[in-house]
Design a binder for this molecule. Sequence first.
Ligand SMILES: *Cc1c(COP(=O)(O)O)cnc(C)c1O
Length: 415
Amino acid sequence: MSGDMNLTRADVASWDETDSLASFRDEFLLPDGVVYFDGNSLGALPRKTPERVRALVEDEWGQDLIRSWNQHEWIHFPRRVGDQVASLIGAKPGEVIAADTTSINLFKLLAAGVQLRPERRVIVSEKENFPSDLYIAQGLAGLTGTHELRLVDRSELQAAIDDDVAIVSLTHVDFRTGELHDMASLTKHAHAHGATILWDLSHSGGALPVRLNNAGADFAVGCGYKYLNGGPGAPAYLFVAERHQDDIQPPLSGWMGHEAPFAFDTDFRPAPGIERQLCGTPSVLAMAALEVGVEILTRADIDRVREKSQRMGDLFLQLVDEQCDGLGLTAACPRDSEARGSQVSLRHAESYPIMQALVARGVIGDFRSPDVLRFGLTPLYLRFVDVWDGVATLKEILETEAFRRPEFQNRQLVT
Ligand SMILES: *Cc1c(COP(=O)(O)O)cnc(C)c1O
């Protein structure tokens, strides 16, 4: 640390006064007394969502009934929301569609990658990738019976991508440590070996600038309920680069991906373009909520969002250094904000009860096995003073050892 005087809460509050994103906070409904560091797991509720969902249920469903598919364009939800998401992740309109879950979309696109390289037998991923991403790849390999999942440490990735690889599957920002991959250079490396690459944007889409087409990415998937604020279980999205779209025979060939769903043909004929990636009927109630969340992000300058998120992360780590010195915390995330996504991760031997004690005081982050305290940074509705207050509460819990109380020791199903 430098020899500068330590920051005060007033210093930090003055940053909020000049923050150009500050007004976005009013677009969300946040409970009083809560400091919310879990928008990377479940985004906050947009103020407009309850009315939009009410109108959809009571007016569109209740009054207009089945006519709404045409009248209120329910049938266009996947494409319309997909085009909005495309603008957040460096894709073109027509390259992204909102549908299904991240896990299901992973299956579709890993299968697509394997199809595009029929002579190759290897899928590469990282051991530390999000479990569902690994489980889906395992399921696909089991189904084809001929593919091998090559799982390596982060440091061995480049070497693991050789001329046997059909597809590389990576998460842009590591869910545990917040480490950010260099999308452009890994994509280039995969292509140099003739492989395709799939990026999971669950922890980067809507959180930082993503430039899929600049990087030359082949495929991507991402989550609707984290940084996109689409609500619990919101539909996910998927991206297929335009050059590949018509070469993929969808493995989940449902009627919504048919060229003419209402022709009720006997045989599957895939729709042209991204639409063939649809499977069944869109989840209309959930799409309406997702659209509200995504629309807010389309009005925010993502470069400013990134800048504020980096500054918040740096502040968080600086305050931990200044105020929690000797209390057993170490950084699990990169200290260099260029190498870090939109979260701060800390390690402590007692992370689980510490997070329970924080949540009991209204400071909501989450615990990730085995020992990580995770704090998501969502610049549209978090203030710099929230970071101050969060770290002050953490310091108090560690100093008083309040986390040792018995009620904080029981592990719940969802952590
Ligand atoms: C959140 C997340 C998922 C979630 O997948 P679901 O199908 O929505 O449960 C998948 N992958 C990553 C990297 C995630 O962060």
